[in-house]
Design a protein around this ligand. Structure first.
Ligand code: CA
Length: 192
């Protein structure tokens, strides 16, 4: 139907409901990230030398809608992070070639400022402090729930993009989940 339908008309409301129906407000659809950030090209780098964990994370994140590169050692991981653009990095600390903390320090000195979520099997305060000192944005000790990793990753990307609002976007429909306000093509919409 035409976008010029009068706001408040029943045809307008029916169209809005139809379009809003494609919004995933619960946040657990594969498309949530895309809706939330209004982009379809979020790129994640995973640097993890355990093949089973690395491949499982890659598959899960791809199913969640991210484009994912997987690196299995510190040297290759550092190179990718230095030369490619990523929205976030998941970095294991215990890595062959160059350890994760060193890789992180190198990136930060090079001015690479993507958010980094550090993974480690060593759940100790000293590792955590060293990771945060080296420029990690968040920290997750193995073993962890994949759901928690995805939630933390999403929060990191949201913070890094400066989008701390709870606005969901699909096409020209925007929903502010805090205020409950909906706009369509910039025009406020009154929901019945
Ligand atoms: Ca490791």
């Amino acid at each position: 139907m035409s976008m010029r339908a009068r706001a408040g008309s029943s045809a307008y409301r029916a169209n809005l409901r139809k379009r809003a129906g494609s919004l995933d407000l619960a946040g657990d659809s594969p498309h949530f990230g895309r809706l939330c950030f209004g982009r379809s090209d979020l790129r994640i780098l995973i640097v993890e030398d355990e093949p089973t964990l690395g491949n499982q994370l890659k598959t899960t994140l791809e199913q969640t809608g991210y484009a994912v590169d997987l690196s299995t050692d510190g040297e290759d991981g550092h190179f990718l992070g230095s030369t490619e653009e990523y929205d976030a990095v998941i970095l294991d600390l215990g890595l062959p070639e160059i350890d994760g903390l060193t890789v992180l320090g190198m990136w930060r000195r090079e001015g690479r400022d993507f958010p980094v979520l550090v993974l480690t099997a060593r759940d100790s305060w000293s590792d955590k402090v060293a990771g945060l000192d080296a420029g990690a944005d968040d920290y997750l000790a193995k073993p962890f729930q994949t759901e928690e990793l995805i939630a933390r990753l999403r929060a990191l990307i949201r913070r890094a993009s400066g989008n701390t609002s709870s606005e969901l976007v699909a096409g020209d429909v925007r929903l502010d989940t805090r205020s409950g306000r909906v706009t369509l093509a910039g025009e406020p919409v009154k929901l019945t």
